[in-house]
Design a protein around this ligand. Structure first.
Ligand SMILES: Cc1cc2nc3c(=O)[nH]c(=O)nc-3n(C[C@H](O)[C@H](O)[C@H](O)COP(=O)(O)OP(=O)(O)OC[C@H]3O[C@@H](n4cnc5c(N)ncnc54)[C@H](O)[C@@H]3O)c2cc1C
Length: 384
């Protein structure tokens, strides 16, 4: 049983506050946005239904450069230079042009939060009344701020503009166990026997191994496939964690609210890699907010610039989504999957694909000076 650190009973006193920036969601996107406001002098508040780092829902693997550039290297558990892919017929080892690392979620959240300068409290966000100053309604009372970020994940709690309920919405689903154990490789299964429209994974993290299955089709259940894969790998079925994952971009601004991370559909289709993009768009939103609190632009300008920045990535997301749509039909033809995975096993092709993939949300963005250009990639991203 996870230890519940969230305030309960008498500790849940009423909340009532006026701040300059209210960031709802204290995971990757929310904490990245908060970090960019440190030292701005703004009264920043972050709220989450759980304590910071209390509730992990992901396998927590990200490009190492994102972690080191953010100064989070102390949270790394294991680093991988290769990606081992299993099809129904063979196993192929791709040597990546850059590395992935698994990290410790509570430690990362604590370290990222430590780079910010904000008040934090636990509360369940329920709704918003919009205005020049927004009022965010929580289960502990109302919080008011002119600048509000929804970094609450796939539910997009503060958006009324989209139908996001599964299984009809554009969502993937993922479930994993994380038993104690060790492993050498970061492994994927692209094999219809594991899951048709999706993939399985095993990501070692020093003393535990995160084994799971994701499906791009929200109608397909992932519990039994996860049990089957873990059992086949002789991993105990300990520590289930799972979630829905949006696989299509959603509007990053709506009715004067900023959305970052999964709430804006920023998780990448095909790979369901959403941590680095939550950092990336969280930083971008935080920079725009900082320009507002420092009097360099209005809220309306910040919303327009951030919305355009997010939209400027639509092409890359569309491409990945197209490839994602091919996974199920390809898994119906195992020999073809195997042929394709072998055909792309050329170092120049691997380097080109993975470098372009990294450039969708490049780690240099951590150091990008100023806010992103309207409608375009920031200078560092364009150069990557
Ligand atoms: C099983 C699984 C494995 C994954 N593995 C990886 C991986 O290895 N690498 C990778 O890059 N991506 C992975 N992903 C995707 C990744 O986890 C998400 O894309 C990422 O977490 C999005 O970050 P976020 O900050 O936008 O949202 P989240 O991490 O979902 O954070 C949302 C925050 O909002 C809080 N919250 C939600 N609702 C409320 C509310 N009403 N009131 C108050 N607080 C609320 C939550 O407690 C949480 O802290 C995985 C996903 C799943 C399901």
């Amino acid at each position: 049983m996870p230890v519940r650190a969230t305030k309960r009973g008498a500790e849940r006193t009423p909340l009532d506050a006026d701040v300059d920036v209210l960031i709802c969601g204290a995971s990757f996107a929310g904490l990245a946005a908060a970090r960019e406001l440190a030292g701005s002098g703004a009264r920043v508040m972050v709220i989450d239904r759980y304590e910071i780092g209390e509730r992990q829902t992901s396998a927590c693997a990200a490009p190492t450069l994102w972690l080191t550039n953010l100064g989070l290297e102390s949270t790394i558990r294991q680093t991988f230079g290769d990606l081992v892919v299993h099809t129904s017929r063979s196993t192929i080892r791709y040597h990546l042009p850059w590395t992935f690392s698994t990290f410790d979620y509570p430690a990362l959240c604590a370290a990222l939060a430590g780079q910010g300068d904000f008040a934090f409290d636990t509360a369940k966000v329920e709704s918003i009344t919009r205005g020049e100053t927004h009022t965010v309604h929580t289960d502990r009372g109302d919080l008011r701020a002119p600048l509000v970020v929804d970094a609450l994940g796939w539910r997009r709690v503060l958006g009324r503009d989209l139908r996001i309920q599964p299984p009809d919405a554009r969502l993937s689903r993922g479930l994993e166990v994380h038993p104690e154990g060790t492993g050498r490789d970061m492994e994927l299964w692209i094999d219809g026997r594991v899951i048709r429209a999706g993939y399985g994974w095993s990501f070692p993290a020093a003393d535990e191994v995160r084994v799971g299955v994701g499906s791009f089709d929200p109608h397909d259940h992932v519990k039994q496939p996860t049990v089957d894969l873990a059992t086949e790998l002789n991993r105990p079925l300990n520590g289930y964690q799972g979630n829905w994952i949006p696989h299509q971009l959603r509007p990053a601004v709506s009715e004067d609210v900023f959305f970052a991370g999964d709430s804006a559909g920023h998780c990448l289709p095909l790979t369901a890699e959403g941590i680095r993009t939550a950092f990336y768009f969280g930083l971008a939103a935080g920079r725009e907010l900082r320009a507002v609190v420092e009097g360099r632009q209005t809220r309306a300008q910040a919303l327009a610039r951030y919305g355009a920045f997010s939209d400027s990535h639509a092409r890359a997301y569309r491409w990945l989504l197209r490839m994602q749509h091919l996974v199920g039909p390809l898994n119906d033809r195992p020999p073809l999957v195997d042929r394709i995975m072998r055909a792309v096993d050329r170092q120049w092709w691997i380097d080109r694909f993975f470098n372009r993939y990294l450039a969708v949300a490049p780690p240099e963005f951590v150091f990008a000076a100023g806010a992103p250009r309207r409608g375009g990639r920031p200078a560092a991203a364009a150069a990557a």
